[in-house]
Ligand binder design. Structure first.
Ligand code: URA
Length: 237
């Protein structure tokens, strides 16, 4: 595998900016094969076992995986001529590594959005054949009840022709709120299903996608790299 500059390699993990990598190297915290690195231009193999920061091995896989707590008001796209996109929440160095959202959320929906540049993995996660479950917290204008849960469980056929697979709806303590679990991802699906029940959505937030749970430590607009365990779990999903 071609060697890469240390600053490029370490910043591509999403954990540090290039400036921070420079500082880590200056402080002697980056080691390559048992020797402290001295310059950010030094080269190293992306998969090298001997690359450590503060004594901890850093896995510079060729792909980047991030979880973002998407706020309302941004579109889940890499570019848009008129509206701000979720990529604008990322620092410059991460806007240049080909990240894209693995699955969309509506502009007004909040919550868990995965961003990666691993096309094959994203494709697998989103393919109907492999579809991973997604759960959402929802608030509606109205009161949800057992009849709504039964309609979701039976699989709804909407007037606009959308045939929905059976889905979960668990009414929470406040009856205008629920947890919804989808096994597919059609355009505006939850809004359309609940509108068909006469209970329009007023707030929607994605909490999980397959094995990945929105990190409660992330405020709206914040992101973090997925851990190695989370990436492995996604691969197995
Ligand atoms: N269902 C919706 O209606 N909107 C979303 O953003 C996600 C699921």
């Amino acid at each position: 595998m071609a060697q890469e500059r240390l600053d490029k390699l370490l910043s591509s993990t999403g954990r540090w900016s290039r400036r921070e990598v420079k500082e880590l190297i200056r402080q002697g915290r980056v080691w390559v094969d048992g020797v402290p690195a001295r310059r950010p231009e030094e080269k190293c193999e992306p998969g090298a076992a001997g690359l450590t920061v503060d004594g901890e091995r850093v896995d510079c896989a060729p792909f980047v995986y991030l979880m973002l707590h998407k706020p309302a008001g941004l579109v889940s796209a890499t570019e848009d001529p008129r509206q701000p996109t979720v990529l604008e929440l990322l620092p410059q160095h991460l806007r240049r590594v080909g990240l894209f959202p693995a699955g969309r959320l509506d502009k007004d929906t909040e919550g868990l959005l995965l961003l990666t540049n691993d096309g094959p993995l994203a494709h697998r996660l989103l393919a109907p054949r492999h579809h991973v479950d997604k759960t959402y917290f929802v608030r509606v204008d109205g009161e949800l009840d057992g009849a709504d849960a039964a309609a979701f469980a039976a699989g709804m056929m909407l007037e606009d022709g959308l045939a929905c697979l059976p889905a979960g709806l668990e009414v929470l303590e406040q009856p205008d709120t629920a947890l919804v679990t989808l096994h597919e991802g059609k355009y505006h699906q939850i809004k359309r299903m609940l509108a068909a029940r006469g209970k329009p959505v007023v707030y929607l937030k994605r909490l999980t996608m397959g094995p990945i749970m929105l990190d409660p430590a992330l405020e709206r607009g914040e992101w973090r790299p997925l851990s190695a365990e989370e990436v492995a779990a996604l691969r197995q999903a």
